[in-house]
Design a protein around this ligand. Structure first.
Ligand code: NOJ
Length: 508
């Protein structure tokens, strides 16, 4: 039974202040390239709720949220949009927008309550199967992320991503998904944003599983996740692609990093920062040489030696692993929000723990002269997305790029002209990257379809095209001005820099 939507299209057409700003008002209307698919994204822990429905077990984020002080507003994943219950309304919203695809993720402990593949939850896999079926029935392509940070807690008890056996466990889990959904799902993402779950989760007290093993555990997780990713790509390539004929790749947070000035030292600081943030994950897969970027390997080895470690804290790949990982992504999955600038002289002894990832990187990133907002990591610097896209194109022989996340965070309000303004500027830069620079970009994804659980900020930070009312048991979703903008963009396939935002009362 679908169509739960109640569109109260009681138009109370509120005319809003025009969203166009000085920097793009001179621009012209631009047609979107025909092959650019448009979609919206969410992730399991951020929207599903139902943390203990049926036989689901706990994820590391369930555990993390329970510890007072970990989540800014004291909320947890169970308070979020309840999509496990209300997913049909999500589909109605996607239909309303007119998207080509929906990117969502699967909760590992929902499908495999033991973490291991000896027991598959009928309820868990049934949920995703229905979601896929109903998306397809509505003409929306499902794009499925296998891992978006919610590891089963029992696997974490065994070391999680710091245990090399994670490659076996991840492969077994992926096989279950390919078997159950691969007849209908044709685009897969192995891992979402490896830096964020490895470094924030195993090196800093910032994300689950909160293993603060700075400059050691984070690098162990990074090596293991690269191998695990490659295992799943090879599994799909050999055993499933011949019949299922889909595509599979990794998604890397590709926020741009550059020097704070034109001085050679600052330019170098920016390059090293980008190698740490992006190259660590992209180089092993997309470069012709393979392995971690030389600048990062050298820097960590030097620092490790100075600190008395008999070997580098960054575990090496064997030559076989280097070859095995090379080429294991059918596309470059690209998430992007903002840019940080690095000055070489920003490093002062004592500002970072030793050892640590930040100390190894060796400089402090800032937003320069750009005005930050309530969610600094979405500070609007649209030139950065074009530079990051070009870096991918130039470094890796112009691979297919799928932009799987881009969006703006704030503290709420439905007349979100700030969000529209951000999207207009970033999409304009994306079109420059395609049309002027020749980047091969085939998807653009808005993060997010609706407000959701923004990790350690809880429910306080909003990214949604749709607002979610958390005080209402039904978690009613209301279209923001940005939802109507996105709908208009998709309907006209035209980017209008002078778009006049509008607001109607539309609820799901
Ligand atoms: C990237 C992550 O993949 C997503 O989960 C998060 O909500 C957004 N960034 C916004 O911070």
């Amino acid at each position: 039974m679908r169509a739960l939507c109640c569109i109260l299209a009681v138009a109370f057409a509120v005319t809003l202040v025009a969203a166009s700003t000085a920097d793009n008002s001179a621009a012209v209307m631009r047609k979107l390239p025909e092959n650019l698919k448009l979609g919206a994204a969410t992730a399991s822990f951020q929207v599903e709720g139902a943390w203990d429905a049926a036989d689901k077990s706990e994820s590391i984020w369930d555990t993390f949220c329970r510890i007072p002080g970990n989540i800014k507003d004291g909320t947890d994943g169970n308070d979020t949009c309840k999509s496990y219950e209300f997913y049909q309304r999500d589909i109605e919203m996607l239909k309303f927008l007119g998207v080509d695809f929906y990117r969502f993720s699967v909760s590992w402990p929902r499908v495999l309550p033991n973490g291991f593949a000896n027991k598959i939850s009928e309820d868990g896999i049934g949920y995703y199967s229905r979601l896929v079926d109903e998306l397809l029935a509505n003409g929306i392509e499902p794009v499925v992320t296998i891992y978006h940070w919610d590891l089963p807690q029992n696997l974490q008890d065994l070391g999680g991503w710091a245990n090399p056996l994670i490659a076996d466990w991840f492969e077994d889990y992926a096989r279950v998904l390919f078997d159950a959904l691969g007849d209908r799902v044709k685009t897969w993402v192995t891992l979402n944003e490896p830096k964020q779950f490895a470094v924030f989760g195993y090196g800093m007290a910032f994300c689950a599983p909160n293993i603060v093993s700075a400059g050691i555990g984070d690098y162990m997780a990074i090596k293991n996740l690269m191998v695990a990713h490659a295992r799943v790509w090879h599994l799909y390539d050999k055993e499933y692609r011949p019949t299922q004929k889909g595509t599979i790749g990794i998604v890397i947070a590709t926020d741009y990093r550059e020097g704070a000035s034109d001085s050679p030292e600052d330019i170098e600081a920016g390059k090293i920062a980008f190698d740490f943030e992006v190259g660590l994950y992209s180089h092993p897969i997309f470069s012709t040489t393979g392995g971690f970027p030389e600048s990062v390997v050298k820097r960590i080895a030097e620092r490790s030696a100075q600190q008395g470690f008999p070997r580098s804290r960054l575990p090496e790949f064997t030559p076989e692993e280097i070859e095995y990982i090379k080429g294991t992504s059918d596309f470059f999955g690209f998430n992007h929000y903002s840019t940080l600038f690095y000055a070489a002289d920003s490093y002062k002894p004592g500002i970072f723990d030793i050892p640590s990832y930040n100390d190894d990187l060796g400089a402090v990133g800032t937003y320069g002269s750009y005005a930050t907002t309530s969610v600094p990591h979405t500070t609007k610097i649209p030139g950065g997305i074009r530079k990051a896209l070009n870096w991918v194109k130039d470094s890796y022989n112009n691979p297919e790029i799928m932009i799987f996340e881009n969006g703006f965070g704030n503290l709420g309000g439905n007349n979100d002209i700030d969000r529209i303004d951000y999207y207009l500027a970033y999409l304009d830069a994306v079109l420059d990257a395609i049309e002027v620079d020749g980047c091969n970009i085939t998807r653009y994804t808005a993060w997010s379809l609706m407000d959701n659980f923004e990790w350690n900020s809880g429910l306080s930070v909003k990214f949604g095209l749709f607002e979610v009312d958390y005080n209402d048991d039904k978690r009613t979703r209301t279209a923001r001005a940005s939802a109507l903008w996105f709908k208009d963009l998709i309907a006209t396939r035209t980017l209008d820099p002078d778009y006049e935002p509008r607001l109607e009362e539309i609820k799901f």
